[in-house]
Design a protein around this ligand. Structure first.
Ligand SMILES: Nc1ncnc2c1ncn2[C@@H]1O[C@H](COP(=O)(O)OP(=O)(O)OP(=O)(O)O)[C@@H](O)[C@H]1O
Ligand SMILES: O=P(O)(O)OC[C@H]1O[C@H](OP(=O)(O)OP(=O)(O)O)[C@H](O)[C@@H]1O
Ligand SMILES: O=C(O)c1cccnc1
Ligand SMILES: [Mg+2]
Length: 673
């Protein structure tokens, strides 16, 4: 391996990604190098070396014990990066020098010489295909070779597989709840666990089923579509029309220039009647910003519509009045827009959370009718009332009164934040979109980044339909509605239940930080040495390792769905289609079943042998497709979000007996006194 920028210690900056010359078809992350490991691997290497174990042949399994996110499946990812690591596994002179200075005194020089010539040429790596659905205990990767080298790979392989698989699984779950027709964009770089975490998040959320990322470097490095809108700062950077330096836009076909601001103002007047909004309620600065953005991107006009609310407009008529009622916890900053909500056919979805500390179930009323209390969003401002804590998940101000909660004799007003984007942002957007239409261009759509996303998206779609009909522009009702703001799996499920008109979700924080479960617990365990199986015992049966070098097969039923994953000893013949095979729970004697597979898939391929990648590797988009095909073969009950059915992972009868014999041999017999 060439000594690259890591020699001068700047590997994280200039040459973060260096081209890999071997068979791996993507850029290599140069931070992934032999020293990216735990010290104890190198300490063990010395002790192995001292005790003459250099030639011992070992087999290690890399596997996890529990699926993440309370789910029953995981997507395996990170394999190609593991292979790149093997390709480049070599301690540079600088590494050896550093180790000499860092390891305890007295380490023999011959060891450093030995370390300096170490490569992964004698290693064989078997793995499941990247992008496959995988299950607990079935090794994702099996590494064979000299004990020292294979041990030295542990931490790096784990760090390469754990986050990649967690991220791909998280993204696949978002894709499942969103459905295949909704676009999903990853917006997480700013919230990710550092730059490398951000890049991995973009890469593996694409693998899991996202359509694109806002992360430009990820786009360049991994050939992922890059997408984006604009930030609130763009809107707030304009305060009025006078700031518009350029106002003209040439017609797309005729080339005739027009003042786009003038056109937009004219359309805004007309729209004001159609949509029954006073133009004075919309912000001038916002209109100026949208016009300037439209001039910059006439073919790609997409606008953030939630920057201003009714109250914050300079000349706006303040339609708000304080809430009534003693029990209102929000009266300091909230307000009821009494006429709006009742005159609208769309009812805002009120997200409230109730922490039922008592047995009293809150009764929620809207316009005098009982309505269902949805308890989805865990965040929010708590109010302590009558022994029961209720909170609105919409934390901030700019809320309107939509109902109330009754708890015994107490009554609490229920608020939701709507209206922010409607009266100013949406009006301005439609005006600019109509002006663009005059000049031969089609706007793309809007992004909503706050408030009640279900309600606002319906309201936006309704508005687009109204404009489409009124101005006879058919495409207007197909404008894209992007929603963002702390979206997670539960938010999407809730929005689906409520009904919404969102076409695209932009998701950052929850996706990239995997907030619901921040780590996957893959481990790397020695299962065989010099052809002798090794078992690691534990008080916790789940943690007992599966000894010996194994093969794994996926058995499919007649309907094409996967029935079970079966592990066998490598010496056993593979299961055959149409032949009855006994599948046993690895630890519970009575749990067993006969399976007659309609199809048998051997899960492992050899990816690395004789010092090189020996299997054609898939492109990222092919791995992404595999995720979907692989998931399709898994029954829906294994994939549902609430209480999914565990998928069965079994061992052959032979392996079962082997494990339990070895277990007895290794378990010390206690003495009672
Ligand atoms: N209809 C809905 N159902 C369930 N959750 C929703 C709905 N609409 C929005 N949410 C979620 O509710 C939360 C609202 O966040 P928050 O309380 O910070 O309000 P906000 O609208 O962002 O306020 P601000 O106007 O200050 O930006 C977000 O996590 C958002 O994804
Ligand atoms: O909400 P996420 O899922 O993390 O998605 C990314 C967020 O990043 C941006 O917000 P910004 O950084 O401007 O901060 P904000 O939360 O104040 O909108 C954007 O407007 C989204 O809200
Ligand atoms: O392009 C966007 O809209 C975007 C990008 C990153 C974070 N939030 C939004
Ligand atoms: Mg936000």
């Amino acid at each position: 391996m060439a000594t690259d920028s890591r020699e001068d210690g700047k590997f994280l900056c200039r040459k973060m990604m260096a081209r890999c010359s071997g068979h791996c078809n993507e850029n290599r992350n140069s931070v992934v190098q032999p020293l990216l490991t735990d010290l104890y691997q190198i300490t063990m290497a010395y002790a192995y070396w001292k005790s003459g174990k250099t030639e011992d042949q070992s087999v290690f399994d890399l596997f996890f014990r529990t699926n993440p996110f309370q789910g029953e499946f995981t997507i395996f990812a990170g394999l190609e990066e593991c292979l790149k690591f093997l390709e480049n596994f070599h301690y540079s002179d600088g590494d050896i020098e550093y180790l000499k200075q860092t390891l305890p005194d007295g380490i023999e020089d011959e060891f450093f010489e030995y370390l300096g010539q170490l490569t992964a040429k004698d290693v064989v790596l078997h793995a499941i295909e990247e992008g496959s659905v995988v299950f607990p205990r079935v090794p994702l990767i099996k590494v064979e070779g000299p004990l020292i080298v294979v041990q030295l790979l542990e931490t790096t392989l784990l760090t390469l597989v754990n986050y990649a698989s967690l991220m791909a699984t998280n993204a696949a779950r978002y894709r499942m709840v969103a459905g295949k027709n909704i676009k999903l964009l990853e917006f997480g770089l700013r919230r990710a666990q550092g730059p490398d975490g951000g890049l991995s998040a973009s890469k593996y959320s694409y693998v899991g089923g996202f359509d694109g990322t806002s992360n430009v470097l990820a786009g360049k490095l991994f050939d992922i579509p890059v997408k984006g809108t604009h930030a609130h700062a763009y809107i707030t950077s304009f305060t009025g029309f006078s700031e518009l330096k350029t106002r003209t836009l040439r017609h797309k076909v005729t080339g005739v220039p027009q003042d786009l601001l003038e056109l937009s103002i004219r359309h805004r007047e007309a729209l004001s009647d159609v949509l029954d909004i006073n133009t004075e309620e919309s912000s001038e600065g916002e209109l100026a910003a949208m016009v300037s953005f439209a001039i910059a991107f006439p073919d790609g006009f997409m606008a953030l519509v939630d920057t201003y609310d009714v109250k914050s407009v300079q000349n706006g008529v303040d339609k708000l009045h304080p809430l009534n009622g003693e029990m209102n916890g929000h009266s300091g900053h909230g307000g009821a827009q009494s006429s709006d909500i009742n005159s609208n056919s769309i009812m805002p979805n009120v997200a409230i959370e109730c922490n039922h500390k008592t047995d009293v179930k809150p009764k929620l009323t809207y316009n005098g009718d009982d309505v269902e209390c949805k308890c989805r969003q865990p965040s929010g401002q708590l109010e302590d009332r009558g022994g029961t804590r209720c909170c609105s998940s919409m934390r901030n101000s700019r809320k309107i009164l939509v109902g109330h909660v009754v708890l015994g004799r107490n009554r609490m007003n229920l608020l939701t934040n709507v209206g922010k984007s409607f009266r100013s942002g949406l009006l301005n957007f439609c005006a600019v979109a109509l002006a663009l239409n005059d000049q031969g261009y089609r706007a793309i759509g809007i992004r909503i980044d706050s408030g009640d996303l279900a309600y606002l998206s319906c309201l936006a779609r309704q508005t687009f339909e109204q404009v489409s009909t009124r101005f006879r522009i058919p495409w207007f009702n197909t404008l894209t509605i992007v929603a963002s703001n702390d979206i997670n799996e539960d938010t999407i499920i809730s929005l689906n239940e409520q009904g919404h008109k969102i076409d695209c979700f932009g998701i950052g924080t929850h996706l990239v930080t995997c907030q619901r479960q921040p780590a996957l617990g893959c481990v790397y365990k020695l299962v065989e040495i010099n052809n002798q199986a090794r078992i690691k015992l534990s008080q916790d049966v789940e943690k007992v390792t599966m000894p010996g070098s194994k093969n794994a097969f996926r058995l499919f039923g007649a309907d094409g769905h996967a029935l079970i994953d079966l592990m066998q000893k490598v010496s056993e013949p593979p299961p055959e289609v149409g032949q009855k095979v006994l599948c046993r729970h690895p630890f519970q004697e009575s749990k067993r079943a006969y399976v007659i597979p309609s199809r048998v898939e051997c899960l492992y391929k050899v990816y690395w042998c004789e010092g090189r990648v020996c299997q054609p590797l898939s492109r990222l988009d092919q791995i992404r497709d595999r995720v979907q095909t692989s998931l399709k073969a898994i029954r829906n009950d294994h994939k549902r979000t609430l209480n999914p059915t565990p998928y069965k992972v079994a061992v052959s009868d032979h392996l079962y007996n082997f494990i339990h014999d070895l277990w007895l041999q290794n378990a010390p017999i206690g003495e009672l006194s």
